[in-house]
Design a protein around this ligand. Structure first.
Ligand code: NI
Length: 137
């Protein structure tokens, strides 16, 4: 038996035409591929919402390393959560500013909590968590 399932879906013509226009702009070569990506994105979202199983998150932060105590607090949080922190990449943007990408593994609640504590450090100019799956959906 094939691992691919084909199914028919009834949709309003206008919705399909608008959808096709948008996915074409994004570079999709087939409607199926776009729908697969949307289904996976939905399942990742559900995994984060239900809080079941392991997820991965990447936190990107930009900060001025001269801000008092910031580097120490940033390091303390990462050491305190060493089991969940997979790796960190640091980029010196200019004389003052640094960009850091921190990869975190854990439950959704754990990853969100660590991300919040990093992004809310005084002096962090911009921070964002990208939520993804820990593997196969
Ligand atoms: Ni730096």
């Amino acid at each position: 038996m094939s691992d691919i399932v084909r199914f028919g879906v009834s949709l309003p013509r206008e919705l399909v035409e608008t959808f096709d226009k948008h996915i074409d702009l994004k570079g999709y070569t087939s409607r199926s591929e776009a729908i697969r990506d949307i289904m996976r994105a939905y399942l990742v979202e559900q995994k984060w919402e239900t809080g079941e199983g392991q997820v991965m998150g990447t936190v990107t932060i930009v900060y001025d390393h001269h801000t008092r105590e910031l580097s120490r607090v940033l390091s303390d949080i990462q050491h305190h959560n060493h089991d969940a922190i997979v790796c960190t990449t640091h980029v010196h943007l200019d004389e003052h500013n640094c960009l850091e990408v921190i990869v975190i593994r854990g439950t959704a609640k754990q990853v969100q909590h660590i991300a919040d504590s990093l992004i809310s450090i005084r002096g962090v100019i911009h921070g964002k968590l990208v939520c993804t799956t820990g593997g196969t959906l």
